[in-house]
Design a protein around this ligand. Structure first.
Ligand SMILES: [Mn+2]
Length: 411
């Protein structure tokens, strides 16, 4: 139980790439051994000193464009912490909250998140904080930069990049951002959680949900996540958590899952399914369908993709991969299968056990009214992608009985 040392990366953790980042990444004052650091780590003390000098400020907490429970709960934790130092913080995202579990989290916990609009004056903020991202997965980074808002802090668990230059950086290879924020709370020097305080109960419940969802129900959790969950457990509202976790799926999502099931081809343990056109609002149905297909007997990896048409005329083929094959490097597989765009950027990437890809249709987009053109376009992409996925996995798609004439040329 005792944790006298700051949580360093676990050599045994299944985080995929052994990235060289850790609690000591920016040479902070780790190891000063001061009291109160046992549970919250030395970074909490550093953040406390920083926030003490920021009373009266307004901060914007930028989360990724399609925020997930880890991002939402971690940003909420920063907002609650900052409040105690007289700092007002808004949690902001650009994009959409569409996954039903995320909507349930926001609605049931009565969270106020700000969705970016062009008419919001970003220069009203004194500083920006990036939580569960480092600026690469949100369009707000550029906007904040253009508005001259300096970056105060980056708190994240992905591989470190240097897109923004914060005063305070805590980037560690733990399984969730919620792990880091919960660690700050454990020591009590940033915020003391109180039993029976509704805001604190909501926060603890949100963080527990963040940990749960980010680790696939604690399957990918390690010691720091269990320690965080143990701490949160006495503060959460169990009924609320249950309601957030047991949300029902929308009709649109069920239709995508139905199409995924009907259209799937299973070969060599790989299940591949193109679901056709998907409304932008149902975007999160694609990963949910992949989650479902990978539960089939004898399937180790499932890939589901569909054609998304945005309000802004953008059209992409968006796909999700789920696997329980421990030896599969998801990022490498998707890069092998799909290659890179004209700019050399891979279409797909992944973390352990999950990945995704997006192919922009560019010039071919926007035939929404021409049903025939739209359906030909989908047929071509569907066939191409399916073939590439099977080929890269080293299995021939034996059910593919149509002629090779259209794309028989070697890619
Ligand atoms: Mn995360």
């Amino acid at each position: 139980m005792s944790q006298h040392a700051p949580p360093l990366p676990h050599p045994a953790s299944a985080g995929g790439a052994d990235d060289p980042i850790g609690a000591v990444a920016d040479g902070s004052g780790a190891g000063d051994g001061s009291q109160g650091d046992a549970a919250s780590g030395p970074r909490a003390g550093e953040l406390r000193r920083l926030l003490e000098s920021r009373a009266g400020e307004r901060h914007v907490v930028a989360i990724q464009d399609f925020p997930d429970p880890d991002a939402i709960s971690s940003a909420l934790a920063y907002r609650e912490i900052a409040r105690g130092f007289g700092v007002d913080a808004d949690v902001m995202y650009e994009g959409l909250i569409s996954h039903p579990e995320n909507l349930a989290l926001v609605n049931l916990l009565d969270l106020t998140l700000v969705r970016f609009r062009e008419d919001l004056p970003l220069d009203a903020y004194d500083a920006a904080v990036f939580v569960d991202n480092q600026g690469a997965t949100t369009h707000l980074t550029e906007r904040l930069r253009a508005a001259g808002v300096p970056t105060l802090a980056v708190i994240d668990h992905h591989e470190q990049d240097d897109l923004v230059d914060p005063v305070f950086r805590d980037v560690r290879p733990v399984a969730a951002a919620a792990t880091i924020l919960t660690e700050y709370l454990r020591g009590g020097e940033l915020l003391t959680l109180l039993h029976g305080n509704p805001a604190h109960e909501n926060l603890a419940t949100a963080l527990m949900h963040g940990l749960h969802s980010e680790t696939d129900g604690f399957i990918r959790a390690r010691e720091p996540e269990y320690a965080a969950a143990a701490f949160l457990s006495s503060f959460i509202d169990p009924e609320l958590l249950e309601r957030v976790l047991c949300v029902q799926k929308s009709r649109g999502t069920m239709q995508v899952i139905e199409a995924a099931l009907r259209n799937r081809t299973v070969c060599g343990g790989l299940s591949v399914s193109g679901v056709g056109e998907v409304r932008w609002a149902d975007r999160d149905a694609i990963p949910q369908a992949a989650d479902f297909l990978v539960t089939e007997e004898n399937v180790h990896t499932a890939v589901v993709y569909g054609l998304l048409c945005g309000d802004d005329g953008r059209e992409v083929v968006s796909g999700s991969l789920r696997t329980h094959k421990a030896t599969l490097s998801v990022g490498d597989y998707l890069r092998d299968a799909l290659g890179t765009d004209a700019g050399g950027r891979p279409y797909g990437g992944g973390r352990s056990r999950a990945g995704g890809f997006e192919v922009d249709l560019g010039f071919l987009r926007g035939d929404g009214d021409d049903r025939q053109a739209q359906s030909m376009k989908w047929a071509l992409y569907n066939r191409r992608i399916r073939r590439k996925l099977f080929r890269a996995a080293g299995v021939e798609d034996e059910l593919d009985d149509d002629t090779d004439a259209a794309d028989g040329a070697k890619d």
